[in-house]
Every structure is written in structure tokens, then in C-alpha cells.
Design a protein around this ligand. Sequence first.
Ligand code: HSE
Length: 308
Amino acid sequence: MKEIRVFAPASVANVACGFDIFGFALDEPGDEIAVKLVKEPGVRIVRISGDEGVLPLDPRKNTAGVGVLKLLEHLKSEVGVEIELHKKMPMGSGLGSSAASAAGSLFAVNALLGSPLSPKELIAFAMEAEKEACGSAHADNVAAALLGGFVLIRSYDPLDVVQIPVRAELHCAVLHPKIEIRTEMARKILKNEISLSQLVVQSANAAGLIAGLLQGDLALIAKCLKDVVVEPVRAALIPHFYDIQKAALENGALGCSISGSGPSIFAIAKDRNEAAQIGYAMKEEALRNGLDCDLYLSSINQKGPKVL
Ligand code: HSE
């Protein structure tokens, strides 16, 4: 096999109470990435579409290239790689756009080389790409995008990623307000310290959410989808965030918070119909307030990247 075309999913990071440690992948949207092995050594990004001309072709500056460069260095491989990146999801949206590009190109190159590494082993290379994109090597988006399902980053040093089996058919509505928030900036505004009482509430909810997911206990999941640390700071970056969150909760969402560093807002629902109803209510509230937006409805993606 010399060529492959893959889909890599968007992801919701933090999931309310798990800043930098929780994430899950979506079935849609996502990126499409075509990779070809060629004779001339080196990594080249030969075409990008859907980015309105903003992403660099330089593989050292584009997340689709950074991870692959690191992977080939690690494997001491001299192969030549040509990458086509088709952005099919909004950038700067809090939906893990840079992570999807990194995960997709790594998955594709690894597959073309005969899968020398496992998807879990690819996470560290995708984190290097995140570092290039926003100055921070967080793993919550890339781990979800590479592994699918719900992930917990149990430790960063050493990296330890735990896949959490979800015993419920959860669905998700994601509202993407059409404003851009740069992750780097959205991280800089966070405080470096939190109070002991915030620690107690946040860690209790994080532990409770994992228990709720493992047991398929929707009432427990709903009680725990709360963020007392990051959401109160970042909400100020998203016009009408609390109105939209209220609309989601009043329409039956188990929980609603900021997706990653925003501006996207996710709501979790117990089935697809409810997710749709919640999503339409969120969208209506946003539009009523003059906030242009897109709506995505998705179940939790269980597979991560897939070959097209
Ligand atoms: N955990 C990261 C953050 C995700 O919230 O900054 C960025 O998408």
C-alpha cells in the first residue's frame, strides 16, 4: 500500500470537570487526510483545502506535518511522505481541529509503514503537534482523536492514557459560534492557582463523572458535568454563553459546558432525539442574540481515525 485517505474526528476536550484530562471524539465533523509514500525523502504538505488559505504548507509549522516529522525521526525512517489536508471542520473552534489534523496524518503514515506503533503510542507525537499549534502539549484532544471513545489522561509525565468504557448511548449537540478563540490565549487567561474548595468540588465531579460513565448512571453523569474552575473564566470569551447553557439544560441536557478552549459549546443528551431538540434550542438562543453559529449532532465516536 502506497496511498491512503483517512477521516480523523473532531473532539470535545475537558468535558466540564476534566481540564486537560478528559476528552471524547465525535463522529462528525472531522478532517480528511490523504497520504502518499514517495521516493524523495522528507515530509511535504502538497495541498490544503478548506482552510481559507491560513494554514502553512511548511510541515514544521502545520500540525499535520509536525507529528509525522517526529514519528519518522523516531523510527529512523527515510521514506518520503506527501500529505494532502482537507479541513472539513472549523479551526479555532474548540473542537480539536489541530488535533484532528495531527491524529489523521499520524494514523495514515503509521498505517502505510505497516503499523509499527499502536494508536496509543502515536499520542506523544500528536502532542508535539499540539505544542506547535498552541504552545501547550495537552493530550485530551489528540488522545480522543486517535483512540476514539472517552479518554482520561491519568498522567502527563509519564504519559498514561486510560480509555473509559461508556455504558450509555450518549449523544452530543455541539454549537459552534462563528467567532475564533485561540487556545494559546484561552490558556493564558486561566489562573495558576485554585482554592481548596474548588479542588474538592472539581475532583469530586471528575471522579463522579468517570463512575457515572462506567455505570451508565445518567443521573450521576448529569450531577457531575459541572466546571467550577475553567468555565467561569472562559465563559467571558463567548457571548451569551450562559443563555445558551440555560437553553440546553432547560431542554433536558445532562450537562452543557465549553468544548475545549471554546467557543464551541457542547451538551450531552441521553439519545439522538434529545440531542437534536437541545441543539436546536441552543441554536435558537444564539441566533436570537445575534450570534451566528453552526450546529453538529453526533454520538461518541468509538473508533478514532478511519480509512476512507
Ligand atoms: N484542554 C485544552 C484547553 C483543550 O482547554 O486548553 C484545548 O482544545
